[in-house]
Design a protein around this ligand. Structure first.
Ligand SMILES: [Fe+2]
Ligand SMILES: [Fe+2]
Length: 165
């Protein structure tokens, strides 16, 4: 009886450090919600950004919108592969009249997305889901490009540290 209890404890300890496949599905659905958020934000912001100094970045944001859609499809595909149901709900999209503020919202979101995808790559490797990890690494390359484009447009350094580059 005592031995059995210990076994249960040990199993719980392991799941504390490593995510389960169910956790991974849940986290990937949060990633998918962030991708939807990005699609919406870039679609709208790319059209409403005004001012000669923002014309280049507005064109760039249109490109980001298309890339975010390919990310959303890739993440939904992995959720389906894992036996989950892809979410249909985006994270809330903030709006502003100010071009600077819109770009800052995008930059903040990209930084948060990058932080999450870095965790996700580690979690995929812990679960020996190396192929999913590889797909997320490819997405990370795009997200870092987005982050750099936004930081540059804002005349800022790319955010560093745990949530940065
Ligand atoms: Fe994305
Ligand atoms: Fe992005």
């Amino acid at each position: 009886m005592k031995t059995q209890d210990k076994t249960v404890e040990a199993t719980n300890d392991t799941s504390h450090d490593k995510v389960s496949r169910a956790d991974l599905i849940k986290f990937l659905n949060e990633d998918l919600s962030r991708e939807y958020q990005a699609i919406i934000a870039y679609t709208v912001y790319s059209q409403v950004l005004k001012g000669a100094e923002y014309m280049n970045i507005a064109a760039e944001l249109e490109l980001h919108a298309a890339q975010e859609l390919t990310h959303a499809i890739a993440i939904a595909q992995q959720i389906d592969y894992l036996g989950g149901m892809p979410t249909v709900t985006p994270k809330p999209v903030r709006t502003s009249e100010s071009a600077k503020e819109m770009l800052q919202f995008d930059l903040d979101n990209e930084t948060e997305t990058i932080r999450n995808y870095r965790e996700r790559v580690q979690q995929c490797e812990d679960l020996a889901e190396y192929a999913i990890g590889e797909k997320i690494r490819d997405i990370l390359i795009d997200e870092q490009d987005h982050q750099i484009a936004l930081a540059t447009a804002l005349g800022k350094n790319v955010p560093r540290g745990p949530g940065g580059a």
